[in-house]
Design a protein around this ligand. Structure first.
Ligand code: NAD
Length: 494
């Protein structure tokens, strides 16, 4: 990439990928990419215009309609997707470095989680590409009736800043497996891994025009994509606020949409839990990715007999979680991904204190290299209606509330507008089932946090969105059902 600082970013193509060719943005516009660990500029990438969005959609339309991908066999698509997965593993270090520098993600996790998960996603959907099965329907008709699963057409894939690689692959892998073509718009703050992936998809043999990449300002390009008449489906991951706008526009145009939106999960620790393991799950649930993950567990609910113990341990332990430069392999908490995110987290913590919360640990910025660092923070004493309890903070901030009964825990856990994830830490298997069944969320972890796999459906309820990524459910989202009824006995039928 065009580098403007001494930081060593991997050599990355920085233009747009349209119709299988790297192209400059029309008019040659460029935008800067910031390194969250220093606040300096990492380099510049192309900044697409509406005309580029149109060109990308047209390329995807042509590639879909002429059948170069949509009408080859699932097995052929599967082979290409397996090559994508293999190339991700081959270029793992380059991808991990790009993701770490761009997002401020500790290199440890970029290597251990982001890159391998992305490769696994392509591998998993490569296998499902061979199982786009319909079914035969028994009817009293003088006919043979069956269903087919067909690709939807051109998919707009819009991804957020926090897990650029995983949340792009979670759309691209099922969309491509099903035979769709794609126009991908990553978050403008974190476009680097998408640029590497565009080359990987090309090198793996994804035909020209089947995958197109436009990088640039979110609202303008995203909106142009969603309302474009040649886009047949929208796969969106992002905030609930933007998700509402996207859903409204998609609704006007009657386009199907998968919407993976914000979260604000409760993590319930019962007094019968294994305390050491529960504390591990609690800390992991709010510091991983510096708290910038939709399925974070920033609301801790602790059964009263254990409350003081848990708060005491958190006060001691949280400050010891290694915070530092993302490039240091020992770092667990890196900087927030942007100055804006840092300011938002700081504001929410100030508001929590003004609302009566007391800081058990953290609560302040950390001065390191000019980066966007915030200390992991635990806040006790807030009422359930405090903004920091009800809204998504999206930073390394945990609020703690006591509860007295199982019923109260369930009520508190379900009391926000969101419903992406929730956790139950308990030694009682009956309680685990009972509580998991009543939590209003798309995914529940019992005695752990954030375990995921491409085979397990992921998605939310309520203001956390609808539709599922991962699992066979994702393939359903990216296909449409067609019924075919073939007359067997023409005389009876007429
Ligand atoms: P965001 O909503 O600001 O942006 C998401 C994407 O939408 C970006 O690519 C952005 O450029 C684009 N965009 C912005 N305005 C648009 C518009 N008007 N039309 C179409 N696209 C538009 O989200 P973010 O700040 O990048 O990401 C953080 C949010 O994403 C958090 O709320 C988090 O919970 C959520 N998230 C959800 C999941 C999930 O699976 N449910 C996963 C990760 C992140």
């Amino acid at each position: 990439m065009t580098q403007t600082s001494a930081t060593t970013a991997p050599e990355i193509r920085t233009d747009l990928m349209i119709a299988g060719r790297w192209q400059q943005a029309s008019g040659g516009a460029r935008m800067e990419v910031t390194n969250p660990a220093t606040g300096e500029t990492l380099g510049e990438v192309a900044s697409a215009s509406i005309a580029d969005v149109d060109a990308a959609v047209q390329a995807a339309r042509v590639a879909f309609d002429d059948g170069r991908w949509s009408r080859i066999s699932g097995r052929e698509r599967s082979r290409v997707l397996l090559r994508v997965s293999a190339l991700i593993r081959e270029r793992a270090e380059e991808l991990a470095q790009a993701e770490s520098m761009d997002v401020g993600k500790p290199i440890l996790f970029a290597r251990m989680i982001d890159v391998p998960t992305s490769a696994d996603q392509f591998e998993y959907f490569a296998s499902l590409a061979q199982h786009l099965d319909g079914s035969v329907r028994e009817t009293p008709l003088p006919a043979f009736a069956f269903t087919r699963r067909e690709p939807r057409g051109v998919v707009a894939a819009i991804s957020p800043f926090n897990f650029p690689l995983i949340l792009s692959s979670s759309k691209l892998a099922p969309a491509l497996a099903a035979g769709n073509t794609v126009v991908h718009k990553p978050a403008p703050q974190t476009p680097l891994s998408a640029l590497v992936m565009a080359q990987i998809l090309r090198d793996a043999g994804v035909p020209d025009g089947v995958y197109n990449l436009v990088v640039g300002p979110g609202p303008e390009l995203g909106d142009a994509l969603v309302r474009h008449p040649d886009v047949d489906m929208v796969a969106f991951t992002g905030s609930t606020a933007v998700g509402r706008i996207v859903a409204r526009t998609a609704g006007e145009h009657l386009k199907p949409i998968v919407a993976e939106l914000g979260g604000n999960a409760a993590n319930i620790v019962f007094a019968d839990a294994d305390v050491d393991k529960a504390i591990g799950a609690v800390i992991n649930a709010f510091v991983f990715n510096t708290g910038q993950f939709c399925m974070a567990g920033p609301r801790l609910l602790v059964e009263r007999p254990l409350y003081d113990t848990v708060v005491g341990i958190l006060g001691q332990a949280v400050g010891g979680v290694p915070l530092g430069r993302p490039s240091d392999p020992g770092t667990v908490i890196g900087p927030l991904a942007s100055q804006a995110q840092l300011e938002k987290v700081e504001e929410m913590v100030k508001d929590a204190v003004a609302s009566g919360g007391s800081i058990i640990t953290g609560g302040h910025r950390v001065d390191l290299d000019g980066g966007f660092y915030f200390a992991p923070t635990v806040i006790a004493g807030l009422g359930n209606d405090a903004v920091a309890v009800q809204e998504e903070v999206f930073g390394p901030v945990l609020t703690v509330q006591p509860f007295d009964t199982e019923e109260e825990a369930i009520t508190l856990a379900n009391s926000t507008a969101y419903g992406l994830a929730a956790g139950v830490q308990t030694g009682n298997i009956s309680r685990a089932h009972r509580v998991a069944n009543r939590l209003d969320a798309g995914i529940i972890w019992v005695n752990g946090w954030a375990m995921l796999d491409p085979a397990v459906p992921f998605g939310g309820v309520k203001s956390s969105g609808w539709g599922r990524e991962s699992g066979p459910e994702a393939l359903e989202s990216f296909t449409r059902s067609k019924s075919v009824i073939i007359t067997i006995d023409p005389e009876v039928a007429s």
